[in-house]
Design a protein around this ligand. Structure first.
Ligand code: DX5
Ligand code: ZN
Length: 213
């Protein structure tokens, strides 16, 4: 089943609580929360205290995408703030196994993300510990960028998972729209993150439905 995870990075931050409620009511499956530290990526967003505030606005699954250098240091804060999935980058400075073990020990789901220039094989050593793999379809850091076709990576990942009898969520993030969604879904992705395609639409309910179909 396809899941749609609107990214709050593209919302109007002057009324962020209403924005989170709005995408909940418009049919989002998950809420994608982009955390950036100005070091791992050249942009800053917010930390766990803000995620805690979002938690008051919705019961939907919180998919926290940590674009930060040292996720291990912050995992516990985000879980306490209400994260359901902690999604961090294989290119980060924290030890990957220890970070995944910590996330699981706190009762949270695990996700590992790969940037466009990182081979997907970089996550293969960890597949048995992963609930989700995020294949970035833009360079992480900003919303509204142009989609990069990562179909070969998605296909290779799906094939490897199948070979091992695994069926994790495969998520894509960046430049996802009704035009690019079929490309990634046909390759094997089942969770679509969308920032501008949802928040930039006049009718968000329709935008989410269009992506899903
Ligand atoms: C980029 C973020 C994305 C971003 C997607 O670093 O991880 O989640 O918000 O925005 P769009 O859908 O506009 O490319
Ligand atoms: Zn993201």
């Amino acid at each position: 089943m396809i899941k749609i995870a609107p990214s709050v990075l593209s919302c109007d931050f002057s009324k962020i609580g209403e924005e989170v409620k709005s995408i909940d009511e418009c049919g989002a499956d998950w809420i994608h929360i982009d955390v950036m530290d100005g070091h791992f990526v050249p942009n800053l967003t917010f930390g766990a205290p803000v995620v805690k505030c979002f938690r008051k606005c919705t019961d939907k699954v919180f998919d926290c995408h940590l674009m930060i250098s040292n996720p291990l240091e912050y995992v516990e804060d985000f879980v306490k703030a209400g994260a359901d999935i902690i999604n961090f980058h294989v290119e980060c400075d924290s030890p990957i196994d220890a970070t995944l073990d910590k996330i699981r020990s706190l009762g949270c789901k695990t996700g590992l993300a790969v940037k466009p220039n990182t081979p997907v094989e970089a996550v293969f050593d960890y597949l048995e510990k992963l609930d989700l793999i995020l294949i970035m379809t833009v360079e992480p850091g900003f919303g509204g960028q142009k989609f990069m076709d990562m179909s070969d990576k998605i296909k290779a990942l799906r094939a490897e998972c199948k070979k091992r009898g695994l069926c994790p969520d495969i998520q894509v993030d960046g430049g996802i729209s009704p035009a690019t969604a079929p490309v990634v879904v046909n390759a094997g992705a089942n969770v679509l993150v969308a920032g501008s395609a949802v928040f930039g639409a006049e009718d968000r309910k329709k935008a989410i439905a269009d992506l899903r179909s």
